[in-house]
Design a protein around this ligand. Structure first.
Ligand SMILES: C=CC1=C(C)c2cc3[nH]c(cc4nc(cc5[nH]c(cc1n2)c(C)c5CCC(=O)O)C(CCC(=O)O)=C4C)c(C)c3C=C
Ligand SMILES: [Fe+2]
Length: 490
């Protein structure tokens, strides 16, 4: 059934033996919704709203993150939300949720809808020989090293240089955790668990894994989705909070694949850009923290230490990355949830894993640990917060380096909350997010907007390349640049 042809008060979309029933808000060509201080406006030429918006932080601060109302990714915004100051669950999946939500009811005759879920993740080297090429892929990403357009042609040579320089240090880290990243195995397990959770909710779906920098690459997953003739796709990045450097980068790749493929550009897709504020996720995190606190002799005395992967400050301040705002909101929500359980410990947030010469979000995890130790904190529970699987930065950086540093600095009792992995309440919540997003899928546009049309002027390109090369040469051999490269080594 072509959902775009739907009209009237009630529309039904048949999904693999299910009917997803929505209020007419979902299918009207243009809709707006107001409820106390919350409002959502959606406009769609295809009678269907799709995510493509970053959900709003809730309740705490009064100003929106700097990216709100901006289109950080060049994705067309189909919906925009205003701050919800009263109702916690309004935008629970990072997708537009309407009036009475989405009613899902069983239906006896199946139609040809084939649902796919694409899990996006970072990927990691599986062997020590993979480390340098993995790092090359990472640093060749213009969302990881953001060069001014004049220097874009240097992206790959620079990536080669930095990956070769950094590889020995990274290899040491991967060697310490068994010779490779566990990310592929864990993500595959999460994919399987999600498929099962969807099945238990009567949704039959294929779940795919698409990694950004290592196998199975996002491109491979998309080919498989095409071969399997998926007719409706939900894209679910495994990063709770949105950053240009993670979810943003993966969605940029998806966008370019979909736009240039006649079949894919017609496929209804819903992208869940972030989900840090979902109740199920917040509660699952609170469960893990509460359980781990119990392992201390005096749980109430323990400092809860959230450690998030950092991003360069310029991402937040210049490019409008909502990552920092979402991180702070997420921690606020977890602490609120713990408070409802009578847990009112002190807590703090710091950022780890900085790379290269630029300023990263502060405070830095290593510096805060030393300060806390010096200030007499005796018990500390580390909580990795930006990622949902174990990886090099939990297993090596936190469990080895930071633990050692903390104990050296005077902290006596150390604990670490495990990553969510396949925790069942968490996977169930992801399944709910998928189900909420499904009816909001819409086809990506085939036409490039004017700002995206690549304008080729050979004379201008030559002038840029010529002067860019001279500038790059001068910069590369300046003392400042040489010291900058040294920073990639440690
Ligand atoms: C939300 C999570 C992450 C953000 C934000 C992020 C930004 C970011 N990362 C780098 C550089 C590196 N990241 C590396 C590994 C790595 N990064 C994340 C997550 C985020 N990165 C994960 C889960 C992993 C581990 C993957 C694994 O193999 O287990 C690495 C490689 C490891 C190392 O050498 O330290 C680098 C390098 C930048 C520059 C950046 C933002 C601009
Ligand atoms: Fe990273």
């Amino acid at each position: 059934m072509d959902v775009a042809s739907c009209s009237g008060v009630l529309c039904k979309t048949k999904l693999g033996g299910l009917n997803l029933r929505n209020s007419d808000h979902v299918f009207s060509t243009s809709c707006s919704y107001t409820r106390s201080s919350t409002s959502v406006s959606c406009h769609s030429s295809k009678n269907l709203q799709v995510d493509n918006v970053t959900p709003q932080p809730l309740a705490r601060s009064s100003s929106s993150p700097s990216s709100m109302g901006k289109d950080v990714l060049g994705l067309s915004k189909q919906c925009f939300h205003k701050r919800n100051t009263v109702e916690k669950t309004f935008c629970s999946a990072g997708v537009c949720i309407y009036d009475n939500g989405i009613a899902v009811e069983s239906h006896s005759h199946a139609v040809e809808e084939k649902v796919g879920v694409l899990l996006l993740n970072l990927g990691g080297p599986e062997t020590l020989n993979d480390v340098q090429p993995f790092l090359f892929n990472l640093f060749a990403d213009p969302d990881i090293i953001r060069l001014p357009s004049l220097f874009r042609f240097l992206q790959r040579p620079l990536a080669k240089l930095i990956s070769v320089l950094r590889a020995p240090k990274s290899k040491e880290g991967y060697a310490a955790i068994g010779g490779g990243s566990p990310l592929r195995k864990i993500t595959d397990e999460q994919a399987h668990a999600l498929k099962m959770a969807l099945e238990s909710k009567n949704i039959s779906a294929n779940v795919y894994v698409g990694m950004r920098y290592w196998y199975p690459f996002t491109e491979e997953a998309i080919h498989q989705i095409k071969r399997d003739r998926i007719t409706r796709l939900v894209v679910l990045p495994l990063y709770p909070q949105f950053s240009i450097s993670t979810t943003g980068s993966s969605i940029r790749v998806l966008n370019s694949i979909f736009r240039n493929d006649a079949h894919l550009s017609r496929l209804p897709v819903a992208v869940i850009k972030s989900w840090y504020q979902r109740e199920g996720y917040i509660k699952s995190m609170a469960d893990l923290i509460a359980k781990e606190l119990e392992t201390f002799s005096e749980p109430a005395e323990v400092m809860i230490f959230f450690s998030a992967h950092g991003v360069p400050v310029s991402y937040v301040e210049d490019a409008g990355d909502p990552y920092k705002d979402q991180m702070e909101e997420c921690i606020y929500l977890i602490m609120q949830e713990l408070k409802t359980r009578g847990i009112d410990n002190k807590h703090t947030l710091a950022y780890q894993s900085r790379v290269g010469p630029v300023q990263w979000l502060k405070p830095y995890t290593d510096e805060v640990l030393v300060e806390l130790g010096q200030n007499g904190v005796k018990s500390l529970l580390a909580v990795p917060i930006s990622f949902v699987s174990e990886h090099i930065e939990t297993l090596e950086e936190i469990d080895m380096e930071y633990k050692h540093l903390a104990l050296e600095s005077g902290i006596e009792n150390w604990g670490r909350v495990p990553a969510l992995g396949c925790t069942s309440s968490f996977i169930t919540d992801l399944a709910d997010a998928v189900i909420e997003a499904l009816p909001l899928a819409r086809a990506m546009s085939t036409s490039l907007s004017t700002s995206e049309v690549v304008d080729h002027d050979p004379v201008r390109d030559f002038i840029k390349l010529f002067f860019g090369s001279i500038l790059a040469f001068l910069l590369l051999f300046s003392p400042r640049m040489i010291s900058a490269f040294r920073n990639y080594l440690c």
